[in-house]
Design a protein around this ligand. Structure first.
Ligand code: ATP
Length: 260
């Protein structure tokens, strides 16, 4: 996924975040610095409670850092940036149960004022891409967990984001579905060339998917390490995970998370 441009799409510049004040203050992020180039797939891992979700929410413009700044496409973000979509772990709360699958996927496009015909085409293409053509009229609660997360991915895709943020998106699905969804995200990335930041607790998943794994330290979090994942593409659930280099990289990331 090489790019001719040398400008990062995302620049996290000395970002710190403290929740609360005084005795109740919790210093979650401490001077985080890193950049993400257009088209890169970057996994973010770290010890439990390290501040991964805080970082992603800050990148999404959902909360302001108490210090430092986030830049997307060269502009300092002060709210949700254009061209960004987010997929959360909890699909049952992020999908609207009273809307059909198609209406859920169309929702952000309608809010953005897209033309009806364009919306219909984007919804149909996105649902086909995630393997849910034919399920347009169903409701989220009529689908399995993995299918609901596909709907959430289709909703993000239909918006044609250049930056996709994913916060432990596959933590609530079974192992086989998780592998299928991992490969779906790799295909989408290959097809659309979008930039993806992916928070996960799963070390194997972080290595399997990414070009780079950013390892956060214990809180207050700084970037402990930025590990290049030099595994060949296309990745394969069995062949890639069998590679000695995969095993080496997963051990390296695990040691970094455990502070060794
Ligand atoms: N809105 C909030 N108000 C106060 N403290 C918060 C808030 N959100 C998060 N925190 C605290 O900030 C720290 C980092 O939380 P965050 O959810 O970002 O970590 P995480 O790495 O995503 O966690 P996990 O590994 O459990 O998914 C935690 O100690 C958490 O309790």
């Amino acid at each position: 996924m090489t790019s001719l441009t040398t400008e990062p799409l995302v620049r996290v510049d000395a970002v710190s975040h403290t929740y609360g004040t005084g005795d109740a203050a919790h210093h979650a992020l401490d001077g985080l610095d890193f950049s993400v180039m257009p088209g890169e797939f970057v996994s973010i891992v770290g010890p439990s409670g390290a501040g991964k979700t805080t970082l992603l929410r800050t990148l999404a413009g959902l909360q302001q850092p108490t210090d430092g700044a986030v830049w997307v496409s060269g502009s300092r973000i002060t709210g949700v940036p254009d061209g960004m979509a987010m997929v959360f772990q909890d699909y049952s709360r992020s999908l609207l149960p009273w809307l059909s699958v198609a209406a859920n996927v169309a929702f952000p496009l309608k809010r953005a004022g897209a033309q009806k015909a364009d919306t219909q085409r984007a919804v149909s293409e996105a649902l086909t891409e995630v393997g849910l053509a034919g399920f347009e009229r169903r409701y989220p609660w009529q689908l399995s967990g993995g299918m609901q997360q596909r709907v959430a991915i289709a909703r993000a895709l239909a918006y044609r984001p250049k930056l996709l943020l994913m916060d432990e998106p596959f933590a609530s699905v079974d192992a086989q579905t998780r592998e299928d969804l991992e490969d779906l995200v790799l295909r989408i990335r290959e097809h659309h060339g979008m930039t993806i930041l992916f928070v996960t607790h799963d070390i194997d998943e972080s290595v399997y998917l990414a070009d780079r794994v950013i390892v956060l330290s214990r809180p207050p979090a700084h970037v402990r390490s930025d590990v290049e994942i030099d595994l060949p593409f296309p990745r394969d659930q069995i062949a890639t995970r069998e590679l000695p280099r995969f095993v080496q990289l997963r051990s390296q990331v695990a040691r970094l998370i455990h502070g060794k």
